[in-house]
Write a protein that binds this ligand. Sequence first.
Ligand code: HEC
Length: 205
Amino acid sequence: MKKILIAAAACTALICGSASAQETKVDPLHVDVLMKFAFSQAPKDWAGRTDQDETMKVCSATRNAPSAEQATAIMTREKTKIKYPEDGKLLGDWKKGESFAQSGYGQRFTDYPPRNPNGGNCYACHQMTTAEVSYGTVGPSLLEYGKIRKFAEADVKAVYDKIYNAHAAFPCSLMPRFGSNGVLTIDQIKDLVALVMSPESPVNK
Ligand code: HEC
């Protein structure tokens, strides 16, 4: 942890600029070195979390604006990574889904060793219910998402796919690939699909 603080201090001196901060260009090489250094202190099973896969490489290189050809390649590749529940049911328990949507637990230094299931942190980017007034706006509001779509089966599947692997339908999405990256389990994703797509869920009230 101490070394991470040193890394943060180094960031100020090396890349983040000081007096003329606004004119200082961020050097990607320095960022890379600092990230690798910080992660060298992380638990062993975190190795590889800073290695970009093919999709991330393209998104970084194009600043999230892939060409039509690259976009098609990303969607094709990411679609093949989606796994479905053995029982074929995509709707779980919306109440559990709401707790996962609220939770930002997991994969942080302070969560190690893990004591709780990972969360999806959906509210960090999406409005979802009228009851929760603290939400981010990086992603679109999901209020009445299922109701607007008449709870159609095709949309239930689209939401499952979206949560499992956001890039399969939207290349270089800012939304994490919760299933493919092993952040959420299939059961948790079903619960979140129920939160977004079931008529009983507060998202659709
Ligand atoms: C880091 C921000 C971020 C987080 C966290 C996030 N999303 Fe998203 N989400 C987005 C963005 C940005 C979009 C729009 C681009 C896209 O469709 O990929 C989006 C799109 C969506 C859509 C499709 C919306 C549409 O226009 O049809 C759904 C459904 C969705 N998110 C559900 C979720 C759920 C459920 C969670 C939690 C498990 C979640 N998101 C977590 C950023 C996020």
